[in-house]
Design a binder for this molecule. Structure first.
Ligand code: SF4
Ligand code: SF4
Length: 184
């Protein structure tokens, strides 16, 4: 999929998010890394448009698939390949090169109807239990802030904006919980 977002933008965002984590210490110890090791066959990670530039596709810890955006429920503006990755060695991976979705979970971006960005808990049903969400464990302010800043930058890419907008409207229509964590 053709995008305006540059590889250097993704690099800067990865670097920003490398410096923070949801809680002090490894939250994987709370749940045996449930979000990495869940054995559901459909579990995996969608890359954002343009994020594929961050990978060589020779990473031994990833297997690659793709779908045509037109064939699935992606925004109308999306055309062409959408990449879907599955981890072959989870919970082990090249951590400094893990995809964006792994860096920002359990948060999700949400746009209000007036277009204001908020970071909320991931709101759709999960096939595993994330204690950070279920027990509302306080997240590091640095993580909330960096994730918000990262999404502000990502939203400058119209295709990414369209995805977040679509997800936000679906979330409201479906009555999913919208628990705002940042900014308060
Ligand atoms: S984000 Fe949630 S599910 Fe994933 S490792 Fe941390 S606590 Fe576990
Ligand atoms: S890439 Fe790494 S952090 Fe992300 S799901 Fe796979 S094993 Fe977990």
């Amino acid at each position: 999929m053709k995008t305006a977002i540059k590889k250097r933008t993704f690099k800067a965002i990865y670097r920003l998010l490398d410096k923070v984590s949801p809680i002090s210490g490894d939250c994987g110890r709370l749940c045996n890394a449930a979000c990495c090791t869940c054995q559901e066959p459909d579990m995996g990670i969608y890359l954002l448009p343009g994020e594929e530039k961050m990978f060589s596709r020779k990473e031994s810890w990833l297997s690659w698939n793709w779908s045509r955006a037109e064939d699935y429920e992606f925004p109308e503006s999306w055309r062409g390949k959408v990449y879907f990755l599955q981890c072959t060695a989870a919970p082990f991976c090249d951590r400094k090169n893990r995809p964006l979705q792994c860096r920002t979970f359990p948060l999700a971006p949400h746009l209000s109807e007036s277009g204001r960005l908020f970071m909320i808990y991931h709101s759709s049903p999960l096939p595993y239990r994330c204690p950070l969400i279920d027990e509302a464990i306080a997240l590091n302010e640095s993580f909330l802030k960096a994730t918000y800043t990262a999404w502000l930058h990502l939203l400058r890419e119209p295709l990414i904006y369209d995805l977040v907008e679509m997800d936000s409207r679906y979330r409201e229509e479906d009555g999913e919980p919208i628990r705002i964590l940042y900014p308060k």
